[in-house]
Design a protein around this ligand. Sequence first.
Ligand code: ADP
Ligand code: MG
Ligand code: MG
Length: 546
Amino acid sequence: MDIGGLETVVANSAYVAARGSVDGGAAATMRDKKMRAKLYLPHIKQCENMKTTVDSAFDSMCVKQPIGKRLFQQYLESEATHKPSCELWKDMEDYNVSDEKDRKQKAQKIVNKFYDSASKTFCKFLEEKAIARVKADYTNIRNDLFKESEKQLLKHLETSALTGFKKSMYFLRYVQFKWLEGQSVNEEWFMDFRVLGKGGFGEVHACQMKATGKMYANKKLNKKRLKKRKGYEGAIIEKRILAKVHSRFIVTLAYAFQTKNDLCLVMTIMNGGDLRYHMYNVDEKNPGFKEPRACFYTAQIICGLEHLHQHRIVYRDLKPENVLLDDAGHVRLSDLGLAVELKPGKDKTKGYAGTPGFMAPELLQSKEYDYTVDYFTLGVTLYEMIAAKGPFRIRGEKVENTEVTRRILNDPASYSDSFSKDCKSLCEGLLEKDPTKRLGFKNDTCDELKNHSFFKNLNWGRLEAGMLTPPFVPDPKMVYAKNIDDVGAFSTIKGVVLDNKDTEFYNEFSSGNIPIPWQEEMIETGVFGELNLWPGNGKLPNDLDP
Ligand code: ADP
Ligand code: MG
Ligand code: MG
């Protein structure tokens, strides 16, 4: 073995070991004790001023932020009047992610306990109409059975429990955690493992947050290279969009910080490689996927797109290469560097962006467009998963981009026998050349698409909750990345001088910990539980004693 090969073997084994120890729920054993000790709650006096400035809007604090929600629910459970509402809340969430065969029984229990006026835990705040509808319908398996009730429950909690929560010791605990969340990290907090891939401005490495043991991917953007190649605008857009979206179908940004030479985006690590690799490189004699597998990935991609579009973001670069697998075989969208956010009051955008062979007709014709372009790229992606070639290319053919463009504008796609009737119909609906007729995002959802017969056997509720078993699980010992010396080095950048304006930009970029993913990490790795201690019998812990 040559030295380069050996280097890869050594790097792989360290990375595989770190990955494995985390999968086993043993993140704690991988922690660096010295760094873990830096995660502590301050005495409440130390963050007194934050009591009035902290984000305490109901929806954000009590519903969206995982630590806020936990503490709010602990408060509800401590108050006899709110206890049943909290139980109903948890039961409804449990119902939504339950297996179909258990749902009827679960619904029956909920109805008896909370919807029956004779029950001592009857929830009076539920409106008669909602009660009647649930009672009439609960024997049918439905994903939205409790949707209306949940809205009324949250409305009720906002008016009846928010004020009490803000006066309670649980809110003080929330303030302490928000203080800790606000303490930015730097490179000292992360241990780098092997390189996973190469981007335009730097490498992406596997890394581990030393204090919690959680593994992430660290995308580095070299400051000088960014400046030389005028990458500031794109970098800040990608960062802003990643920080704004929170979906299990899009890579999540957890930290943004800087080092002397780089800007760093610390994101969900996707160890399983990209869809392109799995389509063509795993079984080279049988490229592409069987329909059930393609169906699963397409459904997860749709959930990712729906989330982006609900946040007014056009992705523009959907393709198999940008869809990454995690350890379990679930997929997420990545590389949001070409995405754009539609400005308030503006419903369209312009501009040539994307990958040849994937771009929609309206974009190629320099017209104004919106989310429709992402459903065309979805059509190309689904087609390619089945046919193992793009709809506007012949396999193995070398073809000019102008010819591909001509075909996209003029030619229909042709479908082999590998396509079922349903799959072909979905592809045709997505590859529709007229954006107004194309399947896609309507009335703020993808419901029309989700109800297509191609997905008739899919439980969307369970898919959206991440509860479906993926059709393929990546090998935990396999490294789905190139050998280290094949990744390729960057040339050195000469003649770039950084000044105060650059520093200003870097500071804006390095905004620190992103609240929701940071809170998830604390909960998931057990740190939240270790820090959130209560002496019991309603007494105040020392750190909250004024
Ligand atoms: P760029 O926008 O500069 O092209 P990308 O975001 O595409 O950078 O990242 C470059 C490469 O790094 C990808 O092709 C992929 O191989 C790898 N990579 C990127 N993000 C992740 C991630 N979250 N997990 C694992 N590997 C990743
Ligand atoms: Mg890329
Ligand atoms: Mg990019």
